[in-house]
Unconditional design. Structure first.
Length: 454
C-alpha cells in the first residue's frame, strides 16, 4: 500500500549527558557498635541516573561485592531498591555493608531524556542550575594527607567557556570558620612517573613539582592553586574561579589544602598549609578530570575586535565589610580577572571606614590589590595591572566601604605594577589613616564628590 503526501516519523529517545557523579558511604563505630554512614545524593527533576556502578569493600571480606543489591534507599519512595538499572528524580541514600572501616561507592551518569523526531528535534534544554555539557561535577572526599577532618559533603563543578575554565568548589560540614586553599594537581595519564604535558594551568604555581607517593601509589605531579575558600560557623563555604588556561589537554585532580592564603608556597619553603584534606577522584592518582582547552596550532579564524577581547568598561567593584556570624567579611569578595592579552588601568578609588570620622581616602594603598597569580600585593597599584586574578581588599570597622573603578586596554608593553618584595601573602591591608588637617579633609570630600557624581 502506498501513502501519498504523508511522512511517518519514528520517535527515538535522545539523551544528553550532563555530568558523571559518585556518592560514597562507610561503616564506622557508633555508641552501640558498627554504624553505617550513608551517602546522600539527589537526582534533579527532569533527569535520570544511568550506567550505575557500585563497589562495596569490606575489610572482613564478607560483603565485598560489585552489585548494588539493596544498598540504595529512595527517600521519595520510602523503600530500598533492588538492583536498580536507573534512578528517577528524587532523593537517595547509599549504604555500605560490613565491619567498621568498610566503604562503598556508587557512580552514575546523569542524563536528560527527551523525545526527538527524525528531521525535527524537540529535546528539552537542561535547567540552568546544571553545568553545561562541556564540563563535569565530581565529589570531594577525605585525603590525600588528612583523613579525619569533618566533611558532610563536597563537590567541584567545572565547565569550559572559550579558553577559560570556570570552576566552583562547594563544602558542607567542613571545619567551621576556616580558610582553605583550593586548586588542582596535574598528572600524566599515560605514565604516572612522567612529567605532565603541558605543565601550565590556571591560577598560580605553588612552586614545587616532582614524584610523590600517597595512598600506596606514586606519581609525578605539578601543583597549581586558585585561591581561598572560607567556611562559616557551620563549616559551609563555596568559591568560584574563572581561570584563563593555555590550550591543551590536562589530567587533573582538584584539591583542597588545609591552610589558607600564604601557607603553601614550596618555592619559598612555606609548606605548613600544603596538606591535602579533600580531593576529587577518591584516591591519589585515580579518576582524573580530563580538561581540554581549545586552541593551539595554526588558526585562520578572524581575531575578535579589541572591544570584545578587552571590553573597556569602566568596570566597577564595590565591597562592604559586614558581620557574618562572628567574622567580618567583604561582601562581595572583591575578586576580579584581567583577561589574557589585556591590562587594567585604575581610574578611581575611594575608601571610607565604618565608624564616622575615623578614616577616608581616595589614594589606593599598597595592600588594597592582591595578585593571586603572583601571590603578592601590588606595590604600584596605579600602574597597569597585567593579566591575572586579583582581589580588591579594604580594611576598617564593620560597615566600611570601598569602591574601585578600572578600564581594560590591550597589552602594549607598558610597565606593570611591581610586587611588594618581602611582604607576607597573608598580610591584611592596613587601616588608612584619617586626614590630619581641615584642608586634607576638604580635598578628600571634593575628590569623593567628583567620583560619585559622575
Amino acid at each position: 500500500m502506498f501513502l501519498f503526501g504523508i511522512t511517518i516519523y519514528t520517535p527515538v529517545i535522545a539523551q544528553t549527558v550532563w555530568y558523571n557523579d559518585c556518592a560514597s558511604a562507610s561503616v564506622g563505630w557508633g555508641q552501640e557498635g558498627a554504624r553505617s554512614n550513608a551517602g546522600k545524593f539527589t537526582i534533579p527533576a527532569g533527569s535520570v541516573a544511568t550506567q550505575l556502578t557500585y563497589r562495596n569493600d569490606d575489610p572482613g571480606g564478607i560483603y565485598t561485592r560489585n552489585t548494588v543489591g539493596s544498598a540504595i534507599y529512595s527517600v521519595t519512595q520510602k523503600n530500598y531498591l533492588s538492583n536498580p538499572a536507573t534512578l528517577p528524580p528524587g532523593d537517595y541514600w547509599v549504604y555500605a555493608s560490613g565491619k567498621p572501616g568498610a566503604t562503598a561507592k556508587l557512580c552514575y551518569s546523569l542524563v536528560k531524556t527527551g523525545r526527538t523526531y527524525t528531521g525535527r528535534s524537540y529535546t528539552s534544554k537542561p535547567p540552568v542550575t546544571q553545568p553545561p555539557v562541556n564540563g563535569s561535577r565530581s565529589t570531594l572526599t577525605r585525603g590525600w594527607d588528612i583523613f579525619n577532618d569533618p566533611l558532610s559533603s563536597g563537590n567541584v563543578v567545572w565547565n569550559i567557556s572559550g579558553q577559560n575554565l570556570q570552576v566552583s568548589f562547594q563544602l558542607s560540614g567542613a571545619k567551621p570558620d576556616h580558610s582553605y586553599t583550593v586548586g588542582a594537581h596535574l598528572f600524566n595519564r599515560a605514565s604516572l612517573a612522567s612529567v605532565p604535558q603541558p605543565k601550565q594551568f590556571g591560577g598560580y604555581a605553588v612552586g614545587g613539582e616532582g614524584t610523590i607517593s600517597r595512598e600506596s601509589k606514586g606519581a609525578y605531579v605539578v601543583a597549581w592553586d586558585f585561591g581561598q575558600l572560607n567556611t562559616d560557623r557551620g563549616g559551609n563555604g563555596s568559591a568560584r574561579f574563572n581561570l584563563p588556561v593555555p590550550p591543551g589537554t590536562y589530567y587533573v585532580q582538584f584539591t583542597v589544602r588545609i591552610g589558607g592564603s600564604g601557607t603553601c608556597l614550596t618555592s619559598r619553603g612555606i609548606t605548613h598549609g600544603c596538606s591535602v584534606v579533600y580531593r576529587t577522584g577518591n584516591r591519589f592518582a585515580e579518576q582524573f578530570e580530563t580538561i581540554t582547552i581549545p586552541g593551539g596550532g595554526r588558526s585562520y579564524t578572524s581575531r575578535p575586535p579589541v572591544s570584545q577581547q578587552c571590553p573597556p568598561g569602566p568596570h566597577n567593584i564595590r565591597i562592604d565589610r559586614r558581620w557574618k556570624g562572628d567574622v567580618i567579611v567583604s561582601v562581595p569578595d572583591g575578586v576580579f580577572t584581567v583577561p589574557q592579552g589585556c591590562q587594567a588601568i585604575i581610574n578611581s578609588f575611594f575608601w571610607q571606614d565604618g565608624t564616622p570620622g575615623t578614616g577616608r581616602s581616595t589614594q589606593i594603598g599598597k595592600s588594597n590589590i592582591y595578585s593571586h597569580t603572583q601571590q603578592l600585593y601590588i606595590n604600584a597599584p596605579n600602574a597597569p595591572l597585567p593579566e591575572g586574578i586579583y582581589t580588591f581588599r579594604i580594611d576598617g570597622h564593620p560597615n566600611a566601604t570601598g569602591h574601585l573603578q578600572y578600564k581594560l586596554v590591550p597589552t602594549a608593553g607598558t610597565p606593570i605594577g611591581q610586587p611588594q618584595t618581602g611582604q607576607s601573602t597573608g598580610q591584611q591591608p592596613p587601616v588608612p589613616q584619617p586626614p590630619t588637617t581641615v584642608d586634607d579633609a576638604l580635598n578628600i570630600f571634593k575628590k569623593a564628590r567628583d567620583i560619585f557624581g559622575k
